[in-house]
Design a protein around this ligand. Structure first.
Ligand code: PGA
Length: 256
């Protein structure tokens, strides 16, 4: 039942803000929001800003997250950041965001190891799943979601699966340079939520399926946030570009 599940509103600042801008926006946001029972607010800033922000942000008000991690713990891996390196700095890790999948070629084989690695280091993995426009048009949404859920969670023991947060982000709804994005309709989201819960139920049983928080992301703004939050099965939002504007993001948080 939805009321037992934790709600999340998570900002994904992508490569929109530099370290200084991230730091300032994080500080301003912290002043504007209050702790809410049952709603976790998170920010995933540039990796450059994480360490400094972790010293100033009150984790009771805002959790910090990495936009990506590498699954090995340490070693000769140029340019990567591991989950153990984020201990004490971040509490969340986005994994398998569609920009990682489709621009940087990430596959389930990496993604499942990243999810497991995040959990080993005490981070909450937010596993992003969602179909492309073509996959939707060809009626493949259900298979794609099944493949991404199983592909992302298959490295975990059964009792660990429930610790993962899922984010349904249809690729065609995510805003970005030169993309012809449009927000999903409530029907699109409701149908995807039904499919996701049914796949989880099939794979891991009813208890796990009902306990996992599933977020929606893709062109969320303050004026459509309530519609998505009202969809059965939606436990929060993953917000990209709108989360980089202070008042806009505060309004979105207030809707939750
Ligand atoms: P958007 O991005 O809100 O800018 O569409 C969402 C996301 O990619 O997480």
């Amino acid at each position: 039942m939805a009321e037992r599940r934790k709600k999340y509103v998570i900002a994904n600042w992508k490569m929109y803000l530099n370290a200084d801008e991230s730091f300032k926006l994080g500080a301003a946001l912290q002043k504007k929001i209050r702790v809410r029972r049952g709603v976790e607010v998170g920010i995933c800033p540039s990796a450059l800003a994480l360490h400094e922000m972790s010293k100033k942000i009150d984790k009771k008000i805002i959790k910090l997250g990495a936009q990506n991690i590498y699954w090995r713990d340490a070693g000769a891996y140029t340019g990567e950041i591991s989950a153990p390196e984020l201990r004490g700095i971040a509490q969340i890790a986005l994994v398998g965001h569609s920009e990682r999948r489709y621009i940087f070629g990430e596959q389930n084989i990496d993604i499942k190891k990243k999810v497991a690695s995040a959990l080993r280091s005490g981070l909450t993995p937010v596993l992003c799943i969602g179909e492309t426009r073509d996959e939707k048009d060809f009626g493949e949404t259900s298979e794609v979601l099944y493949d991404q859920i199983l592909g992302g969670l298959s490295e975990l023991a059964a009792e660990e699966v429930g610790k993962v947060v899922l984010a349904y982000e249809p690729v065609w709804a995510i805003s970005g340079d030169g993309r012809n994005a449009r927000p999903a309709t409530e029907e699109d989201v409701a149908e995807a939520m039904r499919l996701i819960r049914s796949h989880l139920n099939h794979l891991y049983g009813k208890k796990v399926a009902e306990s996992m928080s599933v977020l929606y992301g893709g062109s969320v703004k303050s004026d459509n946030a309530s519609e998505f939050l009202a969809v059965e099965g939606v436990d929060g939002l993953l917000v990209g570009s709108a989360s980089t504007k202070l008042d806009e993001f505060v309004k979105i948080i207030e809707k939750a």
